[in-house]
Design a protein around this ligand. Structure first.
Ligand SMILES: C[S@@+](CC[C@H](N)C(=O)[O-])C[C@H]1O[C@@H](n2cnc3c(N)ncnc32)[C@H](O)[C@@H]1O
Length: 278
């Protein structure tokens, strides 16, 4: 493991218990309609993001999938249940891996779903064995985006599909100094090496050999999420939980303000990508 991966693992080891208590099993944005104007329960919005992605990706069925950066198995169990599929989730965090296994057993899915501790750049899985690779808000953590997308490609069987959603920066002219400074705060607080624009991901995926590539920008659809996270962090219970989890988690919580600013200024984008292995 390298230093960045160690930091990512430690961050999720420390913060995942508190997140689950406050927000449940999904560790990703919610979906509030294409323009972000649908008022709804925030946990429902997280489930709606999964459904909206599947719809956009044209995924109506699945036999065996790989969840790259699986958290505590929120999507993994959802997909396994929805498609009556087998699934493997991988994460860097021992806490998450253990918790995901417990959750799979409680849901009666322990025989179809497995969770492995491993690095998504080099997944500890059999190449060519998945018809879907799913990556929901993990790509931003990957130090080598090209290696990560190659791994996604290698894991897919011919005809298999990649569906990912990831934090991006805006496309277009080079970032200015102020934008770079804001990104540096976000990188430091959330343990991200760097992020790309969504067309940057598309270009890399094209070089690797993915076909039928499509991208989109769902920033407006997810934007109401962070203000809701800030409000949830300000409840007494969460504040007590934050104090118990310690300074690194508190720092992560304070970084929410940087995320909101990033979205407001148009710097941060929520990018989605789909592609197929020929
Ligand atoms: C924001 S969480 C998203 C979790 C899950 N996809 C969800 O939506 O609930 C990011 C996840 O990516 C995982 N991750 C980050 N870098 C990774 C890597 N190099 N290899 C495997 N997992 C990684 C973390 O361990 C964490 O589980």
């Amino acid at each position: 493991m390298n230093a960045l991966n160690d930091r990512i693992a430690a961050f999720y080891d420390r913060s995942s218990g508190l997140w689950e208590k406050t927000w449940g099993e999904h560790m990703h944005h919610g979906y509030y309609g294409p323009n972000g104007d649908q008022a709804k329960d925030h946990r429902q919005a997280q489930v709606d993001l999964i459904e909206a992605l599947l719809h956009w990706g044209g995924i109506n069925a699945c036999r065996n999938f790989l969840d790259m950066g699986c958290g505590i198995g929120g999507s993994t169990l959802y997909l396994a249940h929805k498609f009556k599929a087998s699934g493997t989730g991988i994460t860097l965090s021992p806490f998450q891996c253990q918790r995901a296994r417990e959750r799979a057993d409680s849901a009666g899915l322990g025989d179809r779903v497995s969770f492995e501790l491993g690095d998504a750049h080099y997944p500890p899985c059999k190449a060519g064995s998945f018809d879907l690779v799913w990556s929901l808000e993990s790509g931003e953590h990957m130090a080598d985006k090209s290696r990560f997308l190659s791994a996604c490609y290698q894991m897919l069987a011919p005809g298999g599909k990649l569906l990912m959603a990831t934090w991006c920066h805006r496309p277009g002219p080079p970032l200015n100094r102020e934008e770079q400074r804001l990104l540096d705060h976000i990188y430091r607080d959330y343990h991200l090496p760097h992020i790309l624009s969504i067309d940057g991901y598309q270009a890399i995926a094209g070089e690797i050999g993915f076909e039928h590539l499509e991208i989109d920008d769902w920033t407006p659809a997810v934007q109401p999420f962070w203000p809701a996270v800030v409000r949830s962090a300000l409840t007494l219970r969460s504040l007590a939980g934050l104090a118990k989890a310690g300074w690194p988690t508190i720092k992560g919580a304070l970084a929410m303000c940087h995320m909101i600013r990033g979205y407001k200024t148009g710097l941060l984008r929520f990018g989605i990508l789909k592609g197929e292995r020929p």
